[in-house]
Design a protein. Structure first.
Length: 187
């Protein structure tokens, strides 16, 4: 029987204290991707081009085909820009879902944390020892420079990958309770 640890459990807007065994720890966190000024400008340009092509379509049918293509491009681009990531930690597994336009959810990564080498703040010195061996980087953070990011070094198909995350204290503590040697959340 595993010893019980105390954690704050978030359930909607209400917070309650409870005891969770190490095997049943749970945490979720939602990160909204920061929109860049270029994204808004490009969306406006695509909308204007679509409207102009629709108007020009009254004179020639080829402009209507361009309007349809421009409208499709506008829709696909807006899905890419309005993006959120949801982290879900349950029983030694971290699932990362991508939510597009607050409508479409897609699982992008499921991580078995037993394969995690280290989880630490971006500025933590122990991460530097892994940088030369990293083959790929996944960025599941907001992209905002002022936010505190965490780096997870993870073994994926025999190669080291770097995963950028933004986590709250509750989720970090849940992971640290199960993997205390791999998680360093101190300054």
């Amino acid at each position: 029987m595993h010893p019980l640890k105390k954690f704050d459990i978030m359930s909607g807007n209400e917070e309650r204290k409870g005891e969770i065994s190490m095997n049943e720890s749970y945490g979720e966190y939602l990160v909204s991707r920061k929109k860049r000024p270029v994204d808004s400008a490009l969306k406006i340009i695509l909308t204007v081009v679509t409207i102009l092509l629709v108007l020009a379509g009254f004179f020639h049918i080829l402009f209507l085909i361009g309007a349809v293509l421009s409208g499709i491009a506008n829709y696909l681009y807006s899905r890419k820009v309005d993006l959120e990531y949801e982290y879900l930690y349950v029983d030694k597994e971290l699932t990362i879902d991508k939510i597009m336009k607050k409508q479409v959810r897609k699982n992008v990564k499921t991580l078995e944390l037993a394969k995690m080498e280290i989880l630490a703040k971006e500025s933590f010195h122990q991460v530097d020892g892994y940088r030369s061996r990293i083959k790929k980087t996944y960025d599941f953070s907001s992209g905002a420079p002022e936010t505190e990011k965490y780096i997870m070094i993870y073994k994926e198909e025999g190669e080291m990958v770097q995963i950028l995350l933004e986590m709250d204290e509750h989720m970090l503590n849940c992971i640290k309770a199960v993997f205390p040697r791999q998680v360093n959340i101190e300054n």
